[in-house]
Design a protein around this ligand. Sequence first.
Ligand SMILES: Cc1cc2nc3c(=O)[nH]c(=O)nc-3n(C[C@H](O)[C@H](O)[C@H](O)COP(=O)(O)O)c2cc1C
Length: 180
Amino acid sequence: MKQLILIIMCVLSTTLTYAQEKRVMVAYFSCTGNTETVAKAIAQATDATLYRIQPQTVYSSADLDWRDKESRSSKEMGDAASRPALADKNAKAETYDVIFLGYPIWWNLCPRIINTFIESYTLDGKTVIPFATSGSSTIENSVKELKEQYGKINWHTGKLFNDGSAGVKKWAEETVAAQN
Ligand SMILES: Cc1cc2nc3c(=O)[nH]c(=O)nc-3n(C[C@H](O)[C@H](O)[C@H](O)COP(=O)(O)O)c2cc1C
């Protein structure tokens, strides 16, 4: 009997230790708050570190005018090599095992600042779970492009959330549990 209890305690402690080993971060970019709402709900559900990806120069509403071909966002999205500068590079992304990466869909893609973020850290071999908000577009095309651009990252299929934080908690908890 004593031996059985000992074995159960060993198994339990190994499981708990392993579960705690996965360090989770939620990194997100958001200009008008939609993606931020989802990011905060994921971080709360998974007890993850929340990190806001901020541009060196904040986007004004004129910068975000997608109807204007000359706006900052139109120019950036029209140039695949554009890499808008970050306000800081303090995410310490290398120290996390699982990274939720959130962004608004811009022109059916992720904003170029997401490329700047990815290229500012060494994420090869890490699990990155994209999530996004949009007017109506799906997340698929943006994830397809990210997979092609950064093939050494272990990309999750990702998820679009266009109803605020509805459904986020369950999805985030299940997604993290599946990584352990
Ligand atoms: C420059 C720009 C381009 C956009 N392109 C798309 C798009 O291609 N498809 C879409 O459904 N929504 C598009 N949107 C809408 C945003 O994806 C949507 O409003 C998003 O929820 C904004 O997120 P945020 O509040 O976190 O910034 C675009 C918005 C901007 C500013």
